[in-house]
Design a protein around this ligand. Structure first.
Ligand SMILES: O=c1ccn([C@@H]2O[C@H](COP(=O)(O)O)[C@@H](O)[C@H]2O)c(=O)[nH]1
Length: 252
């Protein structure tokens, strides 16, 4: 699928990082006429269980299940089978789990989706978290060199395993596209409009710059969810990115 044909709003995933389903659904409902995909992470999932996926699907949203599986191949295959049975649009695994783990995740997703006659979810590899700085990578995690080189190496590995794309920061989009091609998805968190706080994110980029760099999708949480008026913040972000994509005129 050519991501460049998507409307800017369809490239934005809103991170529903809430501790209860009511707040999550309230925000989703406020954005439902604009945003198509909601991201469910572990905080919300542990409180709501799979019911949150059903409630979002009933409302017509696609779901990116951000569970970041990282375990032995057999366990990740089982988890991938289970998450696929919920009809999610996308889920992710850590590239650090290795080739076999990623291959098994993808195979399990394909097998379960085919058995159910549903679309195969996009399986995405997490490279290095956007909260990770070079110093942390080198001195705590123990990987030498710059973040960009590691992210690109991980992206190549994810592609070799048959994954559909990777999670990375905006700063690595160009390198990933050069290494893995334009069809390989880049899912980009650490997105911060100039008017939003960085919080715990380190490798940040504005929505406009990330889309200009070729991001397939942007993941945006607190810039929207912690705003005084989350809907207004989402619309402001959309206005900013639409101005940077003049060719998208008819969809705006
Ligand atoms: O490297 C990563 C991987 C995942 N995330 C997730 O994205 C959102 C970002 O939220 P913000 O509030 O916009 O910072 C959050 O749910 C993370 O778990 C990430 O930030 N970085």
């Amino acid at each position: 699928m050519c991501m460049t044909n998507l409307r800017p709003a369809d490239k934005i995933f809103v991170a529903l990082d809430y501790d209860n389903m009511d707040d999550a659904l309230r925000l989703a409902d406020r954005l439902g006429d604009t945003i198509k995909t909601m991201k469910v992470g572990l905080q919300l999932f542990f409180k709501s269980g799979p019911a949150i996926l059903d409630r979002l699907h009933e409302r017509g949203f696609q779901v990116f299940m951000d569970c970041k599986f990282h375990d032995i191949p057999n366990t990740v295959a089982g988890a991938s089978d289970s998450v696929t049975s919920h009809g999610v649009y996308m889920f992710n695994v850590h590239v650090g789990g290795g080739l076999e783990m990623m291959r098994r995740a993808k195979q399990a997703a394909v097998a379960r989706a085919q058995a159910l006659g549903i679309a195969v979810p996009k399986v995405i590899g997490v490279t290095q978290l956007t909260s990770t700085a070079k110093q942390v990578l080198n001195e705590e995690i123990g990987i030498p060199g710059d973040v960009q080189s590691t992210v690109i190496r991980y992206a190549r590995l994810a592609q070799e395993a048959g994954l559909d794309g990777v999670v990375a920061s905006g700063h690595e989009i160009e390198g990933i596209r050069q290494a893995c091609g334009d069809e390989f998805l880049t899912v980009i968190p650490g997105i911060r409009p100039v008017w939003a706080a960085a919080n715990d994110q380190v490798r940040i980029m504005t929505p406009t710059d990330a889309l200009r760099a070729g991001a397939s999708y942007l993941v945006i949480g607190r810039a929207i969810t912690h705003a005084d008026d989350p809907r207004d913040a989402a619309l402001r972000i959309l206005e900013e990115v639409q101005q940077s994509e003049p060719s998208e005129g008819p969809h705006q």
